[in-house]
Design a protein around this ligand. Structure first.
Ligand code: ZN
Length: 61
């Protein structure tokens, strides 16, 4: 299930629209369709508890 979507809520208090963006948009900024506010898509949080601190992410910035 890698074709998942991320749900983020618009930070605009007068909007608060829930946007579903593809996981590929993580770390990027999307624009709310409703109010045109730029919303940063959060990086993937650890889905399961990381037992060891090994990060095998090749794109670790
Ligand atoms: Zn909005």
């Amino acid at each position: 299930m890698s074709n998942d979507t991320v749900r983020i809520m618009c930070p605009n208090l007068t909007c608060r629209k829930v946007l579903a963006v593809p996981t590929s948009a993580r770390g990027k900024t999307v624009r709310c369709r409703n109010c045109s506010t730029n919303i940063r898509v959060p990086e993937p949080a650890a889905q399961s508890e990381t037992k060891d601190g090994k990060s095998s992410d090749p794109k670790a910035a």
